[in-house]
Design a protein around this ligand. Sequence first.
Ligand code: PMP
Length: 426
Amino acid sequence: YRPGDSRTDSVERRLANLGAASVLFYRQPIEMAEAAGAWMVAKDGTRYLDFYNNVPSVGHCHPRVVAAVSEQIARLNIHTRYVVDVVDDYLERLKATLPPELENVVMTCSGSEANDLAIRVARAATGGTGIIVTETAYHGNTALVTEASPSARRRGSLPDWVIAVPPPSCAHHGTDIAGGFLASIEAALAEFARRGIRPAALLVDTIFSSDGIFADPAGFLRPAAAAVRAAGGRIIADEVQPGFARTGDAFWGFGRHGLAPDMVTMGKPMGNGFPMAALAARPADLAAFCEGTGYFNTFGGNPVAAAAGRAVLEVIEEEDLQGNALRVGAGLMEQLQSVAARDDRIAGLRGAGLFIGLDLAAPGGGRPDPDLTVRVIDGMRARGVLIGAAGRHGATLKIRPPLCLGADEAGIFAGALEAALREARG
Ligand code: PMP
């Protein structure tokens, strides 16, 4: 939506209520009414296949999650100063997916809060303040985390305690991505030393979603992580995007890289739409932080959140959604490769499982083309498929359907993409 676009009464009402903070997709925003599985239904009855999905990730309104939340909210829902079994049942199940040394989990209400806490814990545990992130990273909306989120800052330079490095991609590092990324991290550490700032952490989204989705070669994070640790910093894996089985290869994005982070933050898909997030940390690190502050979170880890989270873990396991992400993701990738073979405006295609990035550029490997990307996004919407963009130039389609996607739905996406690209040529 842009100022001057025609508005319906409902859009007008929304803008009047939210003002400048309103964030709506599309120049003619969609009024949504309901959703199930991979499909959403607008108020006017139009059905949309949801490929902009990283929240209701086990499927919209999954009956198991709906039942778990409904039962728990009807029985007990309170703040977090009492012992309630469902919370500890959930945390034990969650911890079974994590490196064993991350014995403590602090539940929060948003990924932003989890990252805010992770930075504060890293600082308390290391005595350093410096944070390394990637160039177009987004880690959240608190004052602290916004300072460490280059993509959320439209004005001004980064504070001196933040250094943004290029993401691990062949565009930046050629064929030796692990070595190139390591060199960028070493340069950032040297720059912190020059500034007289001790590093506290490397904070990375392990699929580099806002940077443009960089997944391969698996393992590229390990040398960089070793360098940060040698300089006294912690490794914080931001799993808000790749976590909970999306990449197919592993339950967590860091798992694909054979990395055991010092801290893990998670959110979005954790409650399939129920607002919940968390930080997993080692007990000693968390204690170093808690000694100096009376941290408390009223809603984080309430019994309803725990019930939602437990149902999500059960559904992922029982429906083998990690396996589905791997299989359907591979099939989708093959179909996209054949679309790319017929269209020289597709300049890049990469990803893992059901997290795929597709770069659009001027024909024959020219400049990234954000205008074409917008036309393709609009053309796909006209064909009933919802999709968004990412990357430094806003010219990478961020392909991220629910994990319950079927092969037939992957085919619908590839067909709509090809048709939208054809239309955008004319
Ligand atoms: N980290 C990453 C990688 C994200 O993509 C986001 C949200 N887009 C966040 C953190 C912040 O999460 P939330 O919006 O739940 O605060």
